[in-house]
Design a protein around this ligand. Structure first.
Ligand SMILES: [Ca+2]
Length: 408
């Protein structure tokens, strides 16, 4: 085996080694990985709050769900954009893409919510589901409260990203908060006035002390395979293993040292306040060229977090990283990064998961806007019963089998 792949397989993420993650159900590994470690992308939907409004109204940054609700109420009634008109939208989002999901952010104050992997959790080796729990119901009540009190706009559940962008970038400064992976996912990146308006809000502490960010654990993709027709499989394997080295991985992502990037000066820091390891002087990512492979090959990129920070406090990447740090400190510990299902299992799982995810997304919107009442036992029990039809039990059964197999 190669040196670089061996070292990688021993590394852990969220309680699993990459060897466990990469092994097929038959116990073999069939590919060489492509994986970028990125703190900023690990915190999935980050909340961006209107700091100008907080300052205008003399409000502290909210730390709990209760304080957050009070801040939104003040946003709604205090005319924080100071135009004499009640045109403020305290909180709004879109469900077009999970990285913009406000409700997933809010649910994190009640229960760990594994958005990236079927909302599956594991406690003491037992696989469970998040969206059928009492904690989930409490989250639905909170979200319902926000919406029915005019604090979370119901447009959140119907509008697309373009409409959200229009609201956030409105000249009249009308939005109090939104969620997205990066601040510039919604606010115009090259408009310092709008970018400076929003700051990252850490995950809020819920009434029972729960406080989780929405975590997206990166798992390796299959970026190198050797076909049975290959005449020199061992040589290709050695090449692939070299591609996993820091030298090759840096080349395949950032280009050539001295031309596209340089070693930072002594004392230069990253966006996370650590010593910087790379300073990009000519960014050729996503530009057609023949210098590097743009990660279309095996790679293990650890340099992403090492980039030298911009001196501009309104640099969107810098803001995103500063926000992400606040999410790292409250990562849930009972999340399954991924499960490797067998070929027999995978088709069944895919069908069930597609139906269940659609169902949960639809129901969250209904609970939020009051079409269903999360305070009403009948509504809640009807919601739970549908999981029987959707075969949640079967999903959990197969997932437990897969988890046990991977944990051996
Ligand atoms: Ca106003």
């Amino acid at each position: 085996m190669g040196t670089n792949i061996n070292e990688f397989l021993k590394m852990e993420t969220a309680g699993m080694t990459y060897e466990q993650i990469m092994k097929s159900a038959d116990g073999n590994i069939y590919y060489m990985p492509g994986l970028a470690f990125s703190t900023v992308n690990r915190a999935y939907s980050k909340m961006w709050i209107n700091k100008e409004w907080l300052d205008t109204l003399g409000l502290e940054t909210p730390k709990t769900t209760q304080q957050f609700k009070e801040v939104l109420q003040a946003f709604a009634t205090g005319d924080p954009n100071q135009n004499g008109v009640a045109d403020e939208i305290p909180l709004v989002g879109t469900v077009q893409n999970p990285t913009y999901s406000i409700y997933d952010y809010l649910i994190g104050s009640f229960i760990a919510n594994n958005v990236r992997f079927h909302r599956l959790l594991v406690n003491d080796g037992a696989v469970s589901y998040a969206a059928n729990t009492d904690e989930w119901r409490e989250a639905m009540k909170y979200i319902n409260d926000l919406t029915t009190n005019g604090l979370l706009s119901p447009l959140t559940f119907t509008q697309d990203l373009a409409s959200l962008k229009q609201m956030v970038n409105d000249n009249n400064n009308i939005v109090g908060g939104y969620t997205s992976l990066g601040v510039q996912g919604v606010a115009v990146a090259n408009n310092p006035e709008i970018i400076s308006r929003y700051v990252g809000l850490a995950p809020l502490e819920g009434p029972k002390g729960v406080r989780h960010g929405v975590l997206s654990i990166p798992t390796p993709s299959a970026n190198g395979v050797i076909t049975s027709e290959c005449m020199y499989p061992e040589a290709v394997f050695r090449l692939f293993d070299f591609m996993l080295s820091e030298e090759a991985s840096t080349l395949s992502r950032f280009g050539i040292e001295g031309e596209h990037w340089v070693v930072p000066e002594e004392g230069a820091l990253t966006n996370y306040g650590m010593p910087a390891t790379i300073n990009i002087v000519d960014n050729i990512w996503n530009i057609p060229q023949n210098t590097m492979w743009q990660n279309q090959c095996p790679y293990i990129n650890r340099q992403g977090d090492g980039q030298q920070r911009s001196e501009n406090p309104n640099d969107p990447v810098r803001k995103n990283c500063e926000a992400a740090v606040q999410y790292l400190e409250c990562e849930p510990q009972n999340i399954i990064p991924t499960l490797t299902y067998s070929l027999d299992e995978i088709d069944e799982v895919n069908d069930i998961v597609t139906n269940i995810n659609d169902y949960v997304d639809t129901m969250v919107a209904k609970f939020a806007v009051g079409e269903l009442n999360p305070y009403d036992d009948d509504d809640w029990n009807r919601y739970l019963r549908e999981f029987e039809v959707l075969e949640l039990d079967r999903l959990l059964e197969i997932s437990q089998t897969a988890y046990d197999r991977m944990s051996q």
